[in-house]
Design a binder for this molecule. Structure first.
Ligand code: SF4
Length: 240
């Protein structure tokens, strides 16, 4: 089955630190995070026309002089049929691949790493790693065992120098506190980088109560970042 691609950005200077990349957006997701950055791609992907994978491959090859790699995001790209053969073509064409994922599909992540089809992973850590905390934020009944398994696979591949990765947490109100950040960091210590990402209240779906979803103050986030640095050397704050 060919890969369904719903968005393509020919050039980005901000999606992969230090590299010039192209970006594809794949539809659909198994979760329903209330702050989803691309909720129309998750809830109503049919409103976007399909972009043929060959169009993306042709464009990448045409711009190979200045494009280092392709970022693959969504939605949740590891759910997309046709991802593996598409990434094989991207890699065979000489481009690096970055995968943005919620880490819910350890078998797919393991296969992609095993086949050498991904160079960098950006993993959303949505909440402290408990079923209750994840299910509250992501609005599905979630078992975090699969996420922990993905993290183990990625950590091992990182130690073996087969991939690089970053973890990031969107600070979705009202679920965060210093204790929540410490709880996450206890589980992810040893990560090469961890990003605390500011919440964007402008991107909420209509039915959300925007008044209850005010972003945390910068000084509060800086205090959490200081606590996170007790576990992880490279912690940064990303504004939206
Ligand atoms: S996991 Fe990502 S794509 Fe899926 S609903 Fe949450 S924020 Fe959106």
């Amino acid at each position: 089955m060919p890969l369904s691609i719903k968005g393509y950005l020919e050039t980005s200077f901000s999606d992969w630190d230090g590299l010039v990349s192209a970006v594809v957006f794949l539809p659909g997701c198994n979760w329903r995070c209330y702050f989803c950055h691309n909720h129309s791609l998750v809830f109503e992907p049919e409103i976007y026309p399909d972009i043929p994978p060959q169009t993306v491959l042709d464009s990448l090859r045409k711009h190979r002089k200045w494009i280092d790699g392709l970022c693959v995001g969504g939605g949740e790209p590891t759910l997309s049929p046709g991802l593996l053969p598409f990434l094989r073509e991207v890699k065979d064409s000489g481009f690096k691949v970055k995968l943005d994922t919620n880490a819910s599909q350890p078998r797919v992540i393991e296969e992609l790493i095993g086949l050498g089809l991904v160079d960098y992973l950006a993993i959303d850590i949505k909440a402290p790693l408990t079923d209750k905390a994840y299910s509250a934020i992501c609005r599905k009944q979630i078992k975090v065992g699969a996420i922990c398994e993905s993290l183990s696979i990625i950590k091992k591949a990182y130690r073996e120098k087969r991939v690089d990765y970053e973890l990031r947490t969107t600070l979705a109100p009202p679920y965060f506190s210093g204790e929540a950040i410490v709880s996450i960091c206890e589980k992810i210590s040893g990560a090469p980088r961890y990003v605390l990402q500011q919440f964007d209240p402008h991107n909420l779906r209509e039915e959300e109560n925007k008044k209850e979803r005010q972003p945390y103050q910068r000084d509060e986030i800086e205090a959490w970042a200081r606590r996170a640095r007790e576990y992880i050397g490279n912690v940064s704050i990303r504004e939206v």
